[in-house]
Ligand binder design. Structure first.
Ligand SMILES: Nc1ncnc2c1ncn2[C@@H]1O[C@H](COP(=O)(O)OP(=O)(O)OP(=O)(O)O)[C@@H](O)[C@H]1O
Length: 987
């Protein structure tokens, strides 16, 4: 125990360390048991502090002393250490304690550590006296590593001054939790390149020790090299950051360097200041130089700080005659921005406070300002009251401005200032080394991907937009790739039976062979193929081959078949069903509307009628809400007994009372129309191999003999590339097959967007007349069935029926809408299909799946009421045959025409879905929401990311094909273990 008298001598010494000791002592004593000697010590300390704090740089403490004397003891005691560079008094005390502890004390501290516990956390190292944890077969070479490791750890502790807190930090780094959790399974079975199990004593943990690399075999050293682990270093390893800033970053969720670097810019500012006139109220972003910054006290409770920023803007292009006096064709104008921030209240309007605030901006600082401008009287001067101002501190940031590079703008997070984020990211980038990439360089070259180092540099400090885009591509690739890799890896780990495991491994290893040739298809599928009046397109054929390959695996398929409207997905699904039916199993084909169910049923039965030989024709049934009770009962019974091999229907197929004897495949057409739960309900209809309908023709299911229960294969189909579908294909356990070509002979649909005024209608009716005279059939699509008082501008199908009939006398008209009975709908569509009616007035019931190949014209009334993807789907109802088709979108206002005009120029579903996204905002990929705000920096864009996803899937398969357990790619294995666990999406 130190006596107050001896403590007094520290104050006489006057050095900072003595003062620190005195403060920590005073803090520890507190107010309790106040003795005279302690009182004297306190007074002496107080006056010492007063003098010390009176120096200019400690004005705030001086102020505290002036105002409150030293009675505000705890405040003062906390303030002083902060000024001395410590976070608080406690921390200062800790430092002080550490300093004074001798080597003997340190050893005793070390003895107190539970080495066994730490060793257990780090099985590859041995610390202190604890016995090594023997997890590995080969102990050769362990000794030297143990010595070295324990030596290094001791050194670390000694260097850190024996600070236990630091040791804990070290332990946390080596055994990170939450973000950087090391997946034990991943590390547990690393094997060397030649297939031997690694000496686990050589196993290195990600996160820290550089020394491990010296002792590890090359491959593993590679995997855990410090460079590779920079990303997962604690945020506190970021240089040049104060403890307050560390805390702020941690509070914002930036616990590691990786987290920080993955905070991507939301957009890039154009370094060119705006051209031309600046409008009053315009939102601007400017670079400029601070001209002045001052605090003005208006009255005792009100003051403001004004920063004046001078900016150069390009005013206008000069005429050629003026160019002579100016070397460039542009004229620069100087403007002044007056950034004003008002402060009210006595405390915040003191001159002292206002000066403190204004002193943040120095004359000559290069700054980036954004905000709404307000013109003031003198020309070239603008006021900004709501603004952000960022100083470009780093040299290279300033050079960014001069070089014309894009300037990254970061989204704010957890109230962190954009400036702190930008600075921290710049510092983090400086820590990176070019060899941080765990993906083998060959793969990067093959798939034209940026190196990870370049990607981080490119996204945060791009030289130009292309570089940012290239970097972005790599970073999106990583997200997709590790998800795919993780999913496949987990599947490999998780599959139960030997057969399943082998099957899955086979799939991973032979990804390029995932297809079954036509000659190996079942006889029934082959017969159907031959009966078709056309030949399949190349991508239709590939799709069937791929699906049939999946059907022969004992693991349930979960595949999304995606292709643009009218590309011919239905026949692909029919062939898949026939493959299963041929093996004695059942198929269910679920569609969202009755019209579609009837159409598919008629289509398939007509195709089957053409098959040679009656004996192999499967028994097909149609089950919808309109099916009579008696008939439904018979069909359900047939499904239960196995008499019926295939059923086409609506939601009724997933009703509890619909039981199958041996359901092997469920096809879900227009899958986005069904919820995840509805789709999942097919999974409850498990089949057993014993319930197989017949044991003949088992060619498609040889592998299934060993199975007992299995959920049916699921083939979902969609023509709409909405983000949700893409997300499910990506994150959900779905594989993706795309049909990329259209059947031959299709002609592009001529599209026209017109305003629905008198002239517009006149043009359209004339076009209709021409079309009908030419033998065509016309759809008229309406947003509503009957007229509405509330929406008088909307055309209604029923209301228009008579007038259209009159106008087009001699051309029979039909009506089709959702309120009609099932039979009426069938009749209306049947008449139109057969040509009995030539004009069909319909609502959007025809939007999906309706297939009348010789329908050649469509007119959509009040087209602005439909989404872009919906209009694309509607338009897909024409142009399905060889006849040249036309589509007219009529808009009730001219303001909505530009959106419709996009359809005039594109028939690409992906492009349109993306255009829709840009105009309406993307759906929430993770939830139910299908529309939302559009992020300014769209990190995922449909038309690009679809292909990145495919590539990522391919690379993941390739990697796992080469090394099923990733032992040949130890760095990838470690990286995978450091990433967040997979999260599945759902409704
Ligand atoms: N390879 C082909 N050659 C010629 N015609 C084809 C081919 N494949 C399909 N068809 C025909 O193209 C039309 C559209 O096919 P299908 O209804 O299967 O398209 P889809 O992809 O389901 O479209 P939607 O998304 O609009 O429902 C049908 O009339 C079908 O018979």
């Amino acid at each position: 125990m130190i006596a107050p008298s001896s403590a007094q001598s520290w104050l006489k010494g006057g050095s900072e360390s003595h003062l620190a000791r005195a403060i920590s002592l005073e803090f520890r004593w507190g107010r309790s048991k106040m003795m005279c000697s302690r009182m004297r010590f306190r007074n002496a300390l107080g006056s010492r502090l007063f003098r010390w704090c009176s120096r200019d740089k400690h004005t705030s403490v001086r102020k505290l002393l002036e105002v409150d004397g030293i009675s505000e003891r705890s405040k003062l005691l906390n303030k002083v250490p902060v000024l001395m560079g410590y976070s608080n008094t406690q921390y200062l005390m800790e430092q002080e304690r550490v300093r004074k502890e001798s080597a003997t004390e340190l050893i005793s501290v070390l003895k107190e550590i539970d080495f066994a516990e730490i060793s257990a956390k780090f099985p590859c190292i041995k610390i202190g006296d604890s016995s090594p944890i023997e997890l590995y077969d080969d102990s050769a070479g362990m000794e030297c590593k143990e010595t070295m490791l324990s030596g290094n750890l001791t050194n670390f502790i000694l260097e850190s001054g024996g600070n236990l807190e630091t040791n804990r930090e070290f332990a946390d780094k080596c055994h990170p939790s939450v973000d950087g959790e090391v997946c034990p399974e991943l590390l547990a079975d690393a094997t060397t390149a030649d297939g031997n199990v690694l000496d686990k004593s050589k196993r290195c943990l990600p996160g820290e020790p550089a020394f491990v690399t010296e002792a590890c075999p090359e491959s593993l050293a590679d995997a855990t090299s410090p460079d590779n682990n920079i990303l997962d270093k604690d945020i506190r390893s970021l240089p040049g950051t104060t403890s307050k800033q560390y805390r702020k970053l941690e509070d914002g969720g930036f616990h590691t360097i990786r987290k920080l670097l993955q905070h991507f810019p939301r957009t890039y500012a154009d370094l060119q200041n705006p051209q031309g006139l600046i409008e009053d109220g315009q939102y601007i972003m400017f670079f400029g130089t601070v001209i002045s910054s001052k605090g003005v006290r208006i009255r005792s409770t009100l003051g403001f700080v004004e920063v004046v920023v001078g900016c150069s803007i390009v005013e206008a292009k000069l005429s050629s005659s003026d160019v002579s006096c100016n070397s460039g064709a542009e004229q620069k104008q100087r403007i002044h921005l007056h950034l004003k921030k008002f402060f009210s209240g006595q405390r915040f309007s003191s001159q002292y406070f206002l000066n403190c605030i204004s002193s943040k901006h120095k004359e000559g600082d290069i700054v980036y300002v954004s905000g709404k401008v307000k013109k003031v009287l003198s020309s070239g001067h603008y006021d900004l009251k709501e603004y952000t101002i960022d100083k470009l501190e780093e040299e290279e940031q300033q050079s960014t401005l001069l070089d014309g590079k894009p300037y990254p703008i970061y989204p704010s997070k957890a109230g962190l200032e954009a400036r702190l984020l930008g600075q921290s990211i710049s510092r983090a980038l400086k820590m990176l080394t070019p060899d941080i990439d765990p993906i083998p360089p060959e793969v990067l070259t093959e798939f034209n991907l940026a190196n990870l180092f370049d990607a981080y540099m490119g996204i945060h400090k791009p030289k130009n937009r292309d570089e940012a885009d290239f970097a972005r591509r790599r970073l999106i690739f990583d997200d997709f790739f590790y998800l795919q890799l993780g999913r496949l890896f987990q599947m490999l780990e998780a599959v139960g039976t030997r057969v399943e495991k082998e099957e899955l491994l086979y799939k991973c290893e032979n990804h390029e062979l995932n297809a079954v040739g036509v000659d190996q298809w079942s006889p029934l599928a082959n017969k159907l193929l031959k009966a078709l009046p056309y030949s399949l397109t190349a991508s239709q054929l590939n799709a069937v081959k791929e699906i049939i390959w999946d059907l022969r695996r004992p693991v349930p398929m979960n595949r999304l078949l995606q292709g643009d409207v009218g590309c011919g997905k239905t026949i692909v699904a029919f062939l898949a069903c026939m493959e299963v039916v041929n093996s004695g199993f059942q198929a269910a084909f679920m569609v969202p509307t009755e019209i579609l169910a009837v159409q598919h049923y008629e289509h398939l039965t007509s195709l089957l009628e053409k098959l040679d030989g009656d004996e192999c024709k499967p028994n097909i049934a149609l089950l919808t809400g309109s099916t009579s009770t008696r008939e439904s009962r018979i069909i359900r019974n047939g499904l239960k007994t196995g008499e019926i091999s295939m059923v086409i229907g609506t939601h009724t197929l997933i009703a509890d009372k619909t039981d199958f004897s041996a359901l092997r495949i469920s096809v879900i057409d227009e899958q986005q129309r069904f919820g995840v739960i509805q789709r999942g309900r097919f999974n409850n209809k498990l089949y057993t191999s014993s319930s197989k309908l017949s044991d003949e023709n088992t060619s498609a299911d040889e592998a299934s003999d060993s199975e007992t229960f299995m959920a049916p294969h699921v083939l979902a189909m969609s023509a709409t590339p909405i983000p949700r579908t893409l997300a499910l294909a990506l994150y959900g356990d779905m594989s993706l097959t795309q049909i990329t070509d259209l059947p031959p002979g299709r002609q592009p649909i001529e599209t026209l967007a017109l305003e629905g005024n008198d002239a517009g209608f006149e043009t359209v009716f004339q076009m209709m007349r021409d079309e009908l005279m030419d033998g065509g059939k016309v759809y008229l699509v309406y947003p509503i069935i009957e007229e509405s008082e509330h929406l008088p501008q909307l055309h209604a199908a029923k209301a228009d029926f008579d007038s259209i009939k009159q106008k087009f006398e001699g051309y029979p008209c039909g009506l089709l809408h959702g309120r009609m009975k099932g039979a009426e709908k069938d009749e209306a569509l049947g008449s139109f299909r057969s040509g009995e009616t030539r004009i069909l007035l319909a609502t959007q019931v025809i939007e999906i799946g309706v297939d009348v190949p010789d329908a050649s014209m469509m007119i959509v009334m009040n087209a602005e009421r439909f989404g872009m993807s919906q209009l694309h789907q509607l338009r897909g109802r024409v142009g399905r045959g060889g006849k040249k088709s036309r589509c007219v979108f009529l808009s009730s206002t001219s303001s909505t025409l530009p959106r419709l005009k996009v359809l005039e120029n594109s028939s690409d579903g992906f492009h349109l879905a993306n255009a829709d996204l840009v105009m309406r905002g993307p759906g929430d990929l993770l939830g139910k929401k299908q529309s939302g705000h559009l992020p300014e920096f769209p990190i995922a864009r449909l038309e690009i990311d679809g292909s990145i996803l495919q590539e990522a899937h391919l690379v993941a398969l390739k990697i796992l094909g080469t090394s099923n357990d990733l032992s040949l790619f130890p760095r990838l294995k470690v990286e995978l273990s450091m990433r967040q666990p997979l999260c599945l999406l759902g409704d």
